[in-house]
Design a binder for this molecule. Sequence first.
Ligand SMILES: O=P(O)(O)OC[C@H]1O[C@H](OP(=O)(O)OP(=O)(O)O)[C@H](O)[C@@H]1O
Length: 269
Amino acid sequence: MSIKFFSRQADGSASLSKVKPFTFPGGEHHLRLPDQPEAPAFARVTGCDVNDLAVLGLWADWAHQTGFPAVAHLPYLPAARADRGAPFGAQVYANLVNALSLDEVIVFDPHSPVAPELINNVRVVESTEVICERVIPSGYEAILAPDAGAVHRAQQVSDAAGLPLFTASKTRDFATGKLTGFEAPVGLPASGRILIVDDICDGGGTFMGLASALQVPASRLDLWVSHGIFSGRAPALREYFGNIWTTDSHDGAFNSEVGANVVELTPYL
Ligand SMILES: O=P(O)(O)OC[C@H]1O[C@H](OP(=O)(O)OP(=O)(O)O)[C@H](O)[C@@H]1O
């Protein structure tokens, strides 16, 4: 399970709640409530375990029954990447989230606008601020979007940081998920460090294929991904990138074989 509850303190700050989820012998989830009353602040779900969504619904019901709004941090919006085709994963997961009667659902850098548009009471937090505060100060000459779909977020970082933007291209067979080719952009700076900006790293094939096409050494190439799933061959990313940056939106971010710098998102949501 990857769900945590936070309660509001008298000074306005939020701290870990004493509410504890448990599972009945029959398999149903439930909540053990604190002896002393507390004010629910928000619940945070990382990753996409649907059991967490059931527990989130229980917490939301308790928050409403005690007279508080139910605010959820869902920084990794489940199935945001399944934004087309059949089955339409983004819609199915949106139906689950919407059934929980949440008053606010805060998501971080979703794959495309499709999935958040399906969620009731959603607030989208872009990645620009966290990248500019936490990553850009280490010094770059250029921002690189790995494909056309990543240009919007990379453009925002490029504009905010005052760095030139370059766009590569990749082709993927949506039905099989297989990557079939990469093209490096022309005119990349010949010296200085380059930051690739994208939303998700799953197995890392996109970024290893792109780094190979760029022929830029690891000492000059860093990677930012808002959501680090880091599955399969992802540890091999270390051969291609000097620094890998991500957030704590998904538990995969802490894959020690990848060794990413993991930024805590809560202060930005
Ligand atoms: O680590 P990997 O396994 O290579 O996956 C990561 C890539 O996959 C996603 O894009 P995707 O190709 O799904 O984008 P699309 O919506 O344009 O098909 C994501 O935006 C990354 O670019």
